[in-house]
Design a binder for this molecule. Structure first.
Ligand code: AMP
Ligand code: ZN
Ligand code: FE
Ligand code: FE
Length: 279
């Protein structure tokens, strides 16, 4: 009997706010006997270089193209996972460039908000980072390094988390526009970690009014009964059910690579959806 396939389709690398390089993520996937992974950095797919594809092949780890896009729907932040899109699509590449600019402006505004509370962070320290996508987790790390707070979580809870003192929403793009661009780039669009949306009504409304191919039903940070509820919700709508860990490395030490995954059947459906959008 062949071994069951396990694809961890949600994790972050040093190209956004993860602490592992793409190569280290592949090593980690191998150590945990996964079939394959997708590296879903925030608003970028710069992890997908020739070298990384070559390395995954050498290690025998499948590598599906992916990214996690930030959107805002009726004031609510919504993350959308895109999979299997072509990497040189102009519209999707332009979207990633727009996000870089959006983040520069927003990060600056957050630093100014912190400054109004007497916390000085030099913006060159933030932008001196190697990542393509710089965001709140990087600001949180600097707050820890400066001794303002003792953990990244505390930085979010006290300062820069949604709605907190130094929170800035900044510019945004809608889920509808993002889903459309993913489809046009020949990829599938999946609603990420639906339970983080807090209100069940929002999840249902989002799914009913948008052209999602699927939703993330297995997510490491959720309880078993929450995952079950989400899987049932997705299945009742005929959606593909994906799973992933949302591994970030040392910032979220309790989440391991492979702690949630996509099974072979759902992975096959995901590939079929990508084929459909490529026609
Ligand atoms: P940004 O894209 O710059 O708005 O940052 C969002 C990212 O920050 C999320 O994807 C998480 O990785 C991280 N994050 C959000 N809230 C928290 C929190 N309360 N504690 C730790 N990390 C968080
Ligand atoms: Zn993140
Ligand atoms: Fe997310
Ligand atoms: Fe994520």
């Amino acid at each position: 009997m062949s071994e069951q396939q396990r694809w961890d389709l949600h994790m972050h690398s040093t190209h956004s706010d993860g602490t592992f390089t793409p190569f280290e993520l592949i090593d980690e996937a191998k150590r945990r006997h996964l079939t394959g992974i997708a590296i879903t950095d925030h608003d970028t797919f710069s992890a997908y270089t020739e070298e990384v594809f070559t390395y995954s092949k050498k290690q025998g780890i499948g590598l599906l193209v992916g990214a996690e896009f930030s959107t805002v729907w009726q004031g609510v932040p919504v993350h959308i996972l895109g999979y299997g899109f072509v990497l040189d699509h102009q519209g999707l590449t332009d979207l990633t460039k727009w996000h870089i600019k959006r983040r520069q402006e927003r990060n600056q505004a957050i630093l100014e908000a912190l400054k109004s509370y007497g916390i000085e962070i030099d913006s060159t320290m933030l932008h001196g980072r190697a990542a393509q996508t710089i965001g709140r987790p990087h600001i949180a790390q600097l707050l820890v390094e400066k001794g303002i707070v003792s953990t990244v979580k505390e930085a979010f809870d006290q300062w820069i988390g949604d709605g907190k003192r130094a929170y800035v929403a900044g510019a945004s793009v809608t889920p509808a526009e993002t889903i459309d661009l993913i489809h046009r780039a020949g990829g599938a669009a999946i609603l990420a970690h639906p339970i983080l949306l807090k209100k069940r009504r929002w999840i249902r409304e989002l799914l009913d009014t948008h052209n999602f191919d699927g939703m993330e039903g297995h997510y490491a940070a959720f309880l078993a009964h929450q995952n079950e509820e989400m899987v049932n919700l997705g299945k009742s709508r005929g959606l593909i059910i994906t799973g992933g860990s949302d591994f970030h490395g040392f910032d979220k030490p309790f989440i391991k690579v492979g702690s949630s995954y996509t099974n072979e059947d759902e992975f096959e459906k995901l590939l079929q959806a990508c084929q459909k959008w490529k026609k």
